[in-house]
Ligand binder design. Structure first.
Ligand code: GLU
Ligand code: MG
Length: 464
């Protein structure tokens, strides 16, 4: 970052001070996501924002090596307490926080002291990949779907503080459940609207206490920023209502988990390449190649997209989580669900949903991996196998083999091995980040070694 850019960043921050002051803002949160998928942060009082924009705010690089329980892995390129990084707020994402009166936030890019992007900054990496696709005339529109469960925050005296007591008792997807949550959901929708987030849908989901919100698409960096903001807003509104939100992949050992599905479409010259073509379901050749790249690299992608030991308790067949490496039209049991949208609206709506991933993922890291995988498919002119129109679990092993349907990794260890063997992914992340990803995952595998599903879900229940 040159001195002139630093001056410009300072000027941009000075220009928003009056607006923030009149909105009652006292401090600005600088959030970023670590390798284990936890949003960490620092904050500055409002008056310090210009200096933070110009020079950044110090934060140790040790956080790259943090695990989900706040222990630290002694990694090859992460986990050392030496050195310092600078958190630079990106003011294009500046938002007055509706769920935390008096606070604003701006997502952060992490820089080294010398002004170059920190080589393990997931947000900077994602922006670089978006830029490289743009150089090829391609844009991606993306959105994260967010599922969470609501538990009671106030538990009876003597209760296990990590216990999950569902705050809702009505049937899945039911009006009863909506009435139970009516005031909360109103406050949540209002908070999201105040923050300029375009909500597409809100509904009660299937699992105990589970809800879902989906939002409009944006460019990949904005989509990841939005995912962070929506989750923090949900957490804040939940706490204000005496409730506790969990985005953990699997909140209880049995039942359906929380997904963090990603929707992607690929565009060139304002044309959605997932529609209007002569391929299956209207795919263009490039749209197909991009999806084929995702399919090809899914096993390794799970090390970033389903990054928790608990992710593999969620990612099981017949739980709508997409446990098989296959694709299909509106198929919720294949990892890739192709969505055409209603006829007449397909050019705008067609997209692919990556179902196997969950909200323990760092959304920037995941999105970067998805773009790298899709781009590799494009470069190779990859083609898709036949789409699958049934639940692959309904076939025998042999039936699946004949249909060319493979199971995705069934454990984090398997996913990490697939990741390490995937040169497209490791080279997109670069040696340092790829090594850290694998080491952090192995640190978490060791952390939960030998633990029962009940023990694992309880240990990570309130961490994401
Ligand atoms: N909760 C399911 C999951 O773990 C997804 C349900 C749905 O299809 O929206 O991904
Ligand atoms: Mg859902």
């Amino acid at each position: 970052m040159e001195l002139q850019e630093r001056d410009e960043r300072r000027a941009a921050a000075e220009a928003v001070l009056d607006r923030l002051t009149s909105a009652g803002v006292v401090g600005v949160v600088l959030p970023w996501v670590d390798t284990s998928g936890i949003t960490r942060m620092k904050s500055v009082p409002l008056a310090t924002l210009p200096s933070a924009a110009q020079w950044g705010v110090g934060m140790s690089p040790v956080f790259d090596g943090f695990l989900v329980d706040d222990s630290i892995v002694a990694g090859t390129y992460a986990g050392s307490a030496m050195g310092d990084l600078r958190l630079h707020p990106d003011l294009s994402g500046l938002t007055v926080l509706a769920g935390q009166p008096g606070w604003a936030w701006a997502p952060v890019d992490r820089y080294a002291q010398d002004g170059t992007p920190h080589v393990q900054c997931s947000r900077s990496l994602l922006r670089r990949l978006v830029g490289e696709l743009a150089d090829e005339g391609l844009t991606v529109r993306a959105a994260f779907e967010i599922e969470w469960v609501l538990g009671e925050a106030d538990l009876p005296e003597g209760a296990d503080p990590d216990a999950f007591v569902p705050a809702l008792s009505g049937p899945a997807y039911s009006m009863t459940r909506h009435i139970e949550v009516s005031d909360y959901a109103r406050d949540l929708l209002a908070a999201l609207a105040d923050q300029g987030i375009a909500v597409a849908q809100f509904h009660p989901e299937y699992a105990a206490g589970q809800l879902e919100v989906s939002v409009g698409t944006g460019d990949p960096v904005a989509a990841a920023d939005t995912a962070l903001l929506v989750r923090s807003t949900i957490r804040a509104v939940s706490m204000a209502h005496g409730l506790r939100a969990s985005f953990s992949p699997k909140v209880t050992a049995d039942g359906v988990g929380n997904g963090g599905h990603v929707h992607l479409s690929l565009w060139r010259d304002d044309q959605n390449l997932m529609s209007g073509g002569s391929g299956t379901f209207g795919l263009t050749g490039d749209g197909e190649a991009f999806i084929a790249g995702l399919l090809r690299h899914l096993p390794g992608l799970l090390a970033v997209g389903a990054p928790s030991v608990a992710s593999y308790l969620r990612l099981v067949p017949s739980h709508w989580a997409g446990a098989f490496a296959a694709w299909g039209l509106e198929n919720r049991e294949t990892a890739l669900r192709f969505v055409t949208g209603p006829s007449g609206h397909r050019q705008a709506a067609a997209n692919v949903e990556i179902k196997s991933v969950d909200a323990a993922a760092n959304p920037y890291l995941l999105m970067a991996g998805l773009l790298a995988a899709g781009r590799a498919g494009l470069r190779a002119g990859a083609t898709l196998p036949d789409p699958v129109g049934i639940d692959p679990a309904s076939l025998t092993d042999e039936g699946r083999r004949e249909a060319g349907i493979a199971a995705l990794p069934a454990s984090l260890e398997e996913a990490v091995r697939a990741f390490e063997a995937d040169e497209v992914l490791t080279s997109a992340y670069g040696t340092e980040l790829a090594t850290t990803i694998a080491e952090v995952r192995r640190g978490e595998i060791a952390l939960f070694d030998g633990m029962s599903p009940e023990g694992i879900t309880k240990a990570v229940r309130w961490r994401h």
